[in-house]
Write a protein that binds this ligand. Structure first.
Ligand code: ADP
Ligand code: MG
Length: 450
């Protein structure tokens, strides 16, 4: 089966795509209408998942004659998801048995992310105090800084630090009870408990913690019964000498509609803030991340990325991942020049520029930009021009006459003709559909970071 799948995919996909992503994968098993595909690394898994799962599913269905669910797995049991939260993970299907097990287990607290440990945390001027306080609390909870209140902007390492405390306790004191919850989860647990008439169970659960970590507490604003309940939980733990660690995107006195008594509890221990990292720290973070992911990055590339992403470490890491993906999917060398198109700081998603579309089309279809703008009727040139017009219609808001102008002053009826033709051909020409999809991906890659 897999050989047939490969043959078909080879026809449908571009050579670099096929060589990079498909050839390196293999079918692990096919059972109960599930095809598990083994990929060499987490990276390949995520790319296949994001861009090729539908193509693969279709091809497999064509061959077998019935639909099959596709799962990807990573070789050597290395199930590390290389991508950041939110980036691609939402698309990764979870086999049913895992889901079942997850819902069977009754713990209401969340698990810790294995990556969020002290050893992976880079200390810089921006977070030195928060880091030192976290270490102190990890070593002797319930003593000095209680509660420890970590605050700082989005993506600056609050969750990482607080979970590092949790990991540290679990590792060194395996019997200590570490509860990590987001404020939202605390709220949801409370709501469930109230609905099930089991407030007592809720209290017993939370009050059994040795270390309670509550993330994103700012969401407690205005939620009266959550605040009430949290106040009592806090007091019980505090009086029993248990450690409470809270993270928030702002200091307690700036959380609106927060009960005064909670605000004063939150301010009772230490408020440690995390600022945006300086250049040196950002470079050190990239370096460390690259080491953990076994990526070799030239120093000037690290610097280039660090210079372009200044205020959010999650975005900084996202940029690194995009860089590696882009380089490997297009088979380029890891140089600053090659990264320029993908690593402009992302402010908002702008429509692709006509120039970017021209250059993507020219590059992929082996014609020059001048050819696209010329009046040449050579078959491959007019074909590329028609595809270019179609894509420009799809990716920009330009009017038909403007698109005509971009292509060297063609009449708008020519643009209409081209768009209609390409639209119609797609109904019968699968290769064309595939080509257009790839060109679109590439245009998106260059445009979304502008
Ligand atoms: P927050 O909770 O403040 O929004 P996170 O803790 O989720 O931010 O951090 C965002 C990402 O940045 C995570 O992947 C985290 O591992 C990483 N990160 C943040 N600070 C550091 C640091 N000092 N060293 C290494 N990685 C960091
Ligand atoms: Mg967080």
């Amino acid at each position: 089966l897999w050989i047939q799948v490969l043959e078909r995919l080879q026809l449908e996909l571009s050579r670099p795509t096929f060589e990079t992503w498909i050839k390196t994968a293999s079918a692990e098993r096919l059972e109960n209408n599930c095809l598990v595909i083994l990929t060499p690394n987490p990276f390949a898994r995520n790319w296949l998942q994001k861009y090729y799962i539908n193509t693969i599913a279709r091809v497999v269905q064509d061959i077998l004659g019935h639909p099959v669910e596709i799962y990807f797995t990573v070789a050597q049991g290395d199930e590390i998801s290389f991508l950041n939260e939110g980036e691609l993970t939402q698309a990764v299907p979870i086999p049913n048995n895992i889901l079942e097990n997850a819902s069977k287990s009754k713990t209401i607290t969340s698990e810790l992310n294995y990556k969020y440990v002290f050893s992976r945390f880079v200390v810089g001027a921006n977070n030195r105090m928060a880091h030192a306080a976290s270490l102190a609390v990890a070593e002797s909870p319930g003593r000095e800084f209680n509660p420890l209140f970590l605050c700082g902007g989005v993506g600056l390492g609050k969750t990482h630090l607080m979970q590092a405390i949790g990991h540290y306790r679990r590792e060194n004191y395996s019997d200590s009870k570490i509860f990590y919850v987001s404020c939202e989860q605390f709220t949801n647990d409370l709501i469930t408990a109230i609905r099930n008439d089991n407030r007592q169970g809720f209290r017993e659960h939370y009050r059994a913690a040795d270390v309670l970590l509550v993330d994103d507490i700012q969401f407690i604003e205005g939620k009266e019964s959550t605040q009430e309940e949290f106040f009592h939980t806090f007091n019980t733990l505090y009086e029993a000498g248990k450690q409470v660690i809270i993270a928030s995107d702002r200091p307690p006195n700036q959380i609106p509609r927060l009960q005064e008594r909670l605000c004063s509890r939150f301010s009772m221990g230490l408020i440690a803030d995390i600022q945006a990292p300086d250049l040196e720290t950002r470079m050190a973070i990239l370096q460390k991340k690259a080491e953990y992911e076994n990526i070799i990055l030239p120093k000037d590339v690290i610097e280039y990325i660090a210079l372009n992403y200044t205020s959010n470490i999650r975005e900084l890491e996202g940029a690194l991942i995009r860089a590696v993906a882009y380089i490997s999917i297009w088979g380029l060398a890891m140089t600053v020049e090659n990264l320029v198109p993908v690593l402009q700081p992302k402010t908002e998603k702008l429509p692709a520029t006509p120039e970017a579309i021209l250059s993507v089309v020219a590059d992929a279809l082996n014609v020059s930009i001048e050819d696209l703008k010329s009046n040449s009727r050579r078959r491959e040139i007019s074909w590329a021009r028609q595809i270019g017009m179609y894509l420009m219609r799809q990716h920009t808001d330009l009017s038909l006459p403007r698109i005509g102008e971009v292509f060297g002053g063609k009449d708008h009826t020519t643009v209409i003709y081209s768009c209609d033709k390409i639209t119609q051909l797609q109904e019968s020409d699968r290769t064309l559909v595939q080509t257009l999809r790839q060109l679109s991906d590439r245009i998106n890659m260059t445009s979304s970071q502008k």
